[in-house]
Design a protein around this ligand. Sequence first.
Ligand code: FE
Length: 427
Amino acid sequence: MAGALVSALLDARSVELELLEELNDSQMLGERSHFVEPPIWEMGHVGWFQEYWILRHLDGAAPLLPGSDGLYDAFNVSYRLRWDHAYPSRRATLDYISEILRRSVGRLESRQPTPEEMYFYALVTQHEDMHSENLTLIRQTLGYPLPRLSLFEPAAATPPLDPAYRPRDVLVPSGTFLLGATADEPFVFDNEKWAHPVRVEAFRIASTPVTNAEFQAFVEDGGYRRRELWSRRGWQWRRRDRAEHPLFWEPGGAGHWCERRFGVVVPLPPWHPVVHVNWYEAEAYCRWAGRRLPTEAEWEMAATFEPATGRKRRFPWGDDQAAPGRASLDYRAAGTIDVRALPAGDSPVGCRQMIGNVWEWVEDTFRPYPGFVCDPYEQYSQPYFGDKKVLKGGCWATRGRLIRSTWRNFYKHHRRNIFAGFRTVAL
Ligand code: FE
């Protein structure tokens, strides 16, 4: 067991470091004007978090770097100050986080971890995985080139397709659904606890996320200029941001659209899911299309419910961890893929790609499940309840060891630079 914890920890770090490769000192600081952290902060923060929970919390060790709490504690140091600190150099930051990793691995070498230790090793590994995804969207937002990640598999970007496949609505019958994680899950966050019965009426949900071609029809029908399609808060956001189309789209001339991916402008692929849209844009599209977002219970039910048995699966395809033919995860595709691909990952009702490719906004505001109790990492969920919207399923830059159908991601309504799309439900 210790071996598996160590290899996951080392793997998370190697991806994190690959994502920082080839960034110069000015790129490591980034730009204050965007909703992204400086990469140099990201680099120190993942090591600080590991030190905090493994070396300091479990062992009572003193901090290696005096003043590190004042730099890298995400919750207690204001986001606005992240460009004002005098950060240690890139070399010194790397030495700091490498020494913490060496000690974290070393303390597992001679003995079997306790259940408490296993929990915290999983926590810091998944935390680093989440920050790797964040670094990826930082690179996308700032127009830095796509890094050469060893996890890339060129064939995964263009998986085999059945060209006759057409997205359609699938029926999910009414029933009582167990929303949330069950106690047999090896690692869960506090916000997924615990599975509780929710009554869901029958609904019809799209078998795929909304595509670029579908969203383009909304844009070209004046979707961003028609007040009646937007909620009051959505319209306020649209006017403030002067949004006319998804964040990275650019007019390509003659009715064509392009998108900027890691600083490179490419033709918009019509069958890929729309990505980098916020919750308000999803809401307005739904109103235009005469549809709505799924609730979180509907989304999870469409992903995991077996109508024949009434059972809930861990994943759309069954109970086994994600595999390449079933979900686009782990950076393999280096971007979004065609929504028609990966039929082996379909859910029992026929929804495709509910895990991987793009995160999917749902209707719900992020709130605790009944009986919520904070886990030791108290700032993970609780400060954000009632304030953010839920996203489900993970994206191409999410690690397979982290994602599951009960996972709840959460961002503010207006966040556009995350790898998020959505699917819709018939009214
Ligand atoms: Fe963090």
